[in-house]
Design a binder for this molecule. Sequence first.
Ligand SMILES: [Zn+2]
Ligand SMILES: [Zn+2]
Length: 350
Amino acid sequence: MKGLMYRGPGEIHYEDIPDALLPGADGALVKATMCGICGTDLHPYHTDMGASNYCMGHEVVGEVIEVGPEVANFRVGDRVLVPASIGCGQCRPCLSGHVYLCETYANGRAYGQGDPTIPGCQAEAVAVSVADNNLFHLPSDFSDEIGIMLTDNIATAWYCARRGRVQPGDMVAVIGLGPVGLQTVMAAFAMGAHTVFGLDLVESRRQAGKKLGATIVGDTDVVPKVLDATDGKGVDVVLDASGGAATTALAIELVKRGGRISQIGVSEKFEIPFPILGALFKNLEFHTGVCSVQAEVPHLMAALSAGTLNPDRLAEIVTHRMKLSEGAEAYRLFDARPEGLQKVVLDPTE
Ligand SMILES: [Zn+2]
Ligand SMILES: [Zn+2]
C-alpha cells in the first residue's frame, strides 16, 4: 500500500510501504477515507527527534475492512474514526478512556511517532489493536472532516478547556489561534464562557478567531487591553494552545489571582523558563498534559449533537484538501502557513 514515510527533517516521501495487517484477534483493519496533518507532525519535520524511516500521521477516518474474532462492537463496513492515542484496553485508566495514563504502556502510545510497531495513519490503511477500545463509530450525519477533528484536535481543545474548568460566565483567553486554538475557542464557548479573548500574532488567524466569536485585541499591548476589559483583574482561565516560553509568561500575566491556566501546546523544547514568582503570588493553578482522545470523544459527540459545538464551524477549520500522493507538498504548505490556511487533510485514495 501507499503511505507517507518520514525520512528525516523536511523529508516526507509518498512511497510503497508494508501493507497494514490485522493486528491480532482483538484488532481491526481500517481502510482510510481521510487523513489529517497535525501541528505536532511538524516537530520531526523541523528537528531530528531520534527516529526516522517510519510512516507518519495520527489522524484518520475510514471504513472497517477486517475484524478479529474477539472484536465485539465493530463489523466490516462500519464507518469509524481512529483516536490518535492507543490504549491497552485492560488497565483501569484505559477502561475509563484515559488511555494516555495507560498502566501497561508507559508514556502513552500513538500512531506514527517512530515506534516501528505502530506505523502512522497517513496511509491507505491502518491496523488498530484492541479495536473495541481504540475505535469509535462515526455517525452518518458527521462528515469525514468532523471525524478527523475528533481523532485529535477538537479532543485536545476540549481537554484543554475541561482541565481549565471553564465555567458558565467565565472570562477566558485563548493563546494561539492555529487549528487547535480555534477549536479551543469553540470548546470554551460550548462550556459557557461569557467572553473569549483570542490572541495570536498573525492577523488572518485573529480574524478566524473573530468569526468564531472571539474578542480580538490585536498583537500589541494585549495584557493592558485584557486587564482593561476585565476590571483590571485578568481572566478567569487562560487556555494556551502554544506552550512556548513567551506564551507561558503571557498566560501568567493574563490570568486573574486564583485563576487557572491550562496548557496543551507541545513545545519543541524540553525546558522553558517559568516565571515562578509571578505564578506563586497569583495563587494560580497550572495544568498541562496530553489528551486521551477516548475520554473526550463521547462528550464531543454529545456537544455536536446538542449543537453547543457547531459541526459546520468545526468542519470549516479544514481549509485545504490535497491528495495523499501530494503529501510532501502538503507538509511544505502546512509548514509555510500561508494566509488563510488552517487544517490540511489528505485523500488517501489518490
Ligand atoms: Zn496531533
Ligand atoms: Zn492501558
